[in-house]
Design a protein around this ligand. Structure first.
Ligand code: PMP
Length: 425
């Protein structure tokens, strides 16, 4: 029978090492918040395939919708022959995007591709090429999005300089000594030192910084960004690839941050495990690019559109936005309980169920405890819990379990996590 070790040996021989892997486990099947490996070991999934499984692994309604779509067609290329699921999904996303104006949405396949297209649209709208992104940001692995991503090792290490026209502002992060004033001042500094506002097409921001460490931006800060954009005719792009699809308790995080972005990117959990992403926003902006200038062979695959439409229905039927907030509260309560016994946990934070803990040696905010995070992740896996870390300093554990996880399983996972801290911290 198959073993993790044997398959991972084949992986090492056949797949480049650049494709990293958090856990030395080969998955065989999964259901809601549970995964089984090829050796039959069972795991509680607190990672959700990196924020993709808000509706859980193989939600029965998502599976049924995909199966039904497979009896009709799997591909035409939307730019050759249209199909209704694409149109309907765009209508549904338009209804959910913040802003009191007509909206349009473009579908593509990955989060990176969504961000690429948002930048293309911003460039076409403004006739400008510059983009401002933030320290610690993550926007993808294609060349433009890699340039926007604010962390060199490992993402762009060894690949030479990234595309030009990208300027880096400081992400506000009170915990690490960067105030909102500092952040706004860093943008003013870019305008003074690097490029005039008239050459900047867009400012792109994750409403809650994801890979960088789950830092929540305040409504006050988002409003200052919006005002700065309005003052200079710059578009505000909200990258909701990780925050979207209800993770933060509203369908899009900007809904509760008091700003209306010009363009919003989404991906991950919108497709419930099937590859779909997109950009949506003000109709007149979305129409800036000439016919033929947007698209892609597989962009908005009918299979993935059917899955996404089912995901949206599941959100309503199972009241998953409420559940997201409820789960977030339970999660934070459980984590604070562990924190009360383990001061190494310097911070418990989050928006909705987009929750993380940040570890510091001796509770000293100047000493990120990356090594301990690594050890906790390994020990938790040995005990049957799949965790995911993140953070510029590798010292954050983030929680991205399905919103559909049963409470008992959530508590079981938290109990395992508590055990890990009791043993290691
Ligand atoms: N933007 C954000 C905010 C993300 O979190 C990610 C993925 N972690 C991406 C873009 C890129 O998405 P993908 O990996 O699907 O290209």
């Amino acid at each position: 029978s198959k073993t993790n070790a044997a398959l991972l040996q084949r992986r090492a021989a056949a797949v480049p090492r650049g494709v990293g892997q958090t856990h030395p486990v080969v998955a065989e099947r999964a259901e809601n918040a549970t995964v089984w490996d090829v050796e039959g070991r069972e795991y509680i999934d607190f990672a959700g395939g990196i924020a993709v499984l808000n509706t859980g692994h193989l939600h029965p309604q998502v599976v049924a919708a995909v199966q039904e779509q497979l009896t009709k067609l799997s591909h035409t290329c939307f730019q050759v022959l249209a199909y209704e699921p694409y149109i309907e999904l765009c209508e549904e996303i338009n209804k959910r995007l913040p802003g009191d104006f007509a909206k349009k949405t473009l579908l593509v396949t990955s989060g990176s591709e969504a961000v690429e297209n948002a930048v293309k649209i911003a460039r076409a709208v403004t006739g400008r090429a510059g983009v401002i992104a933030f320290t610690g940001a993550y926007h993808g692995r294609t060349l433009m999005t890699l340039g926007l991503t604010g962390k060199v090792v490992p993402y762009s290490a060894g690949m030479g300089l990234m595309p030009g026209g990208i300027f880096r502002a400081l992400a506000p992060c009170a915990l690490h000594g960067v105030s909102e004033d500092d952040s706004i001042a860093s943008i003013e500094r870019i305008f003074k030192n690097d490029a005039q506002p008239r050459d900047i097409a867009a400012i792109i921001i994750e409403p809650v910084q994801g890979e960088g460490g789950f830092y929540v931006n305040s409504p006050a800060f988002m409003k200052r960004l919006r005002a700065l954009c309005d003052e200079h005719g710059i578009l505000l792009i909200a990258d909701e690839v990780q925050t979207g699809a209800g993770r933060t308790g509203t369908f899009f995080a900007t809904e509760q941050l008091g700003v209306v972005p010009d363009l919003t990117t989404f991906a991950k959990s919108v497709g419930g495990g099937f590859p779909i992403s997109g950009v949506g926003g003000k109709a007149e902006l979305m129409d800036a690019i000439v016919p033929g200038g947007l698209g892609g062979t597989y962009a908005g695959s009918p299979i993935a559109c059917a899955a996404a439409l089912a995901v949206l229905k599941v959100f309503e039927q199972e009241k998953l936005l409420e559940r997201s907030n409820d789960l977030g509260e339970k999660l934070k309560a459980g984590l604070r309980e562990i924190q009360s016994r383990h001061p190494v946990i310097g911070d418990v934070r989050g928006l909705g169920s987009m929750v993380a803990i940040e570890l510091f040696e001796g509770g000293d905010l100047h000493k990120p405890a990356a090594e301990l995070v690594g050890k906790v992740v390994v020990r938790a896996r040995e005990k049957g819990l799949i965790l995911l870390s993140c953070g510029t300093y590798y010292n954050v554990i983030r929680f991205l379990m399905p919103l559909t996880i049963p409470d008992a399983q959530l508590q079981k996972g938290l109990a395992i996590l508590a055990e890990c801290f009791d043993e290691l911290a």
